[in-house]
Design a protein around this ligand. Structure first.
Ligand code: SF4
Length: 155
């Protein structure tokens, strides 16, 4: 029989995601489980996104964007957190099996994210678009996310 995995009454998204990832993801990583359901006290759409993230983190779902973003540090020259959130939101339904990077500085960003298929790195009032660590061009900060989306369209 197929074995169904879920963590019931996991709670609101912040803690519910952690419990679900540990409970469901832990078993999946041991090769246990055939179907899953994530239950959160949230819009059911959030449950679907959470399930996709768990499958992706467990290496069982290849479809969709792997978004990487730097943790920010003293070198960060851009308001990175809302930018990373916007990129994640805009790519939520993208089916391309690619890695996209959102990095805080032009000094280390492209190198640290050299494995990414495409990425952006923040500068002062502007930013870089790079692909596999190679810098392509500069754009003004307000165009950065749109330019990234255009590059992703080309992949
Ligand atoms: S990419 Fe730049 S801003 Fe981000 S953590 Fe690395 S050095 Fe800091």
């Amino acid at each position: 029989y197929p074995l169904h995995l879920g963590v019931t009454e996991a709670g609101t998204p912040s803690m519910g995601m952690v419990k679900s990832a540990m409970g469901i993801g832990g078993l999946l990583c041991m090769g246990i489980g055939d179907t899953i359901r994530v239950t959160l006290t949230a819009d059911p759409v959030e449950e679907i996104y959470a399930a996709k993230k768990i499958l992706r983190a467990a290496g069982l779902r290849k479809e969709g964007v792997n978004l990487i973003a730097c943790p920010t540090c003293g070198r960060t020259r851009i308001d990175l957190i809302p930018m990373a959130e916007e990129v994640e939101r805009r790519l939520a339904n993208c089916k391309k099996n690619i890695t996209v990077a959102v990095m805080g500085c032009a000094v280390n960003g492209p190198g640290e994210a050299a494995a990414a298929d495409v990425g952006i790195a923040g500068g002062k009032g502007e930013g870089l678009i790079f692909r596999k660590g190679e810098i392509l061009y500069k754009v003004p900060q307000e165009r950065l996310v749109d330019a990234l989306m255009e590059e992703i369209e080309k992949l």
